[in-house]
Design a binder for this molecule. Structure first.
Ligand SMILES: [Zn+2]
Length: 127
């Protein structure tokens, strides 16, 4: 229960105006403090993609793909970039997404980008 601030009449908690004098009554009971809900905090959690095992062989192959691209670019006056760069990017993306590397791609890398990178790819049992 609450009382009218002007005339002191007892009022219901839900009352907006005083029944006796008609003056507006401050309805403090309707005030609810703003507290963060657990749902709001849940937004901070982002699901992680499934962890893909990246072995030393895969890492070495990635590095040799870059080396191969650079070497090929130097030897072919940047013409080699036309196929080395897309192949390197494609290989990196496939590793990142955990997609399997086809044998054809591995052999092409061996022949056209970097021999060592190709051999490493063929030895890489995880991809
Ligand atoms: Zn009143």
């Amino acid at each position: 229960m609450k009382y009218c601030a002007k005339c002191g009449t007892q009022l219901f908690d839900e009352a907006v105006v005083c029944v006796k004098c008609g003056c507006p009554v401050e309805n403090s009971s309707q005030f609810t403090p703003q507290t963060p809900t657990p749902e709001q905090n849940a937004n901070f959690f982002t699901p992680q993609p499934p962890y893909i095992q990246e072995t030393g062989v895969t890492k070495a192959a990635k590095i040799f793909m870059i080396i191969g691209t650079v070497v090929m670019a130097l030897y072919t006056c940047c013409i080699g970039l036309a196929w080395c760069l897309p192949m390197t990017i494609s290989y990196w993306n496939k590793i990142k997404r955990g997609e399997p590397i086809t044998t054809g791609f591995k052999i092409c890398s061996l022949l056209f980008v970097n021999t060592i990178a190709g051999i490493l790819m063929l030895c890489d049992s995880n991809h």
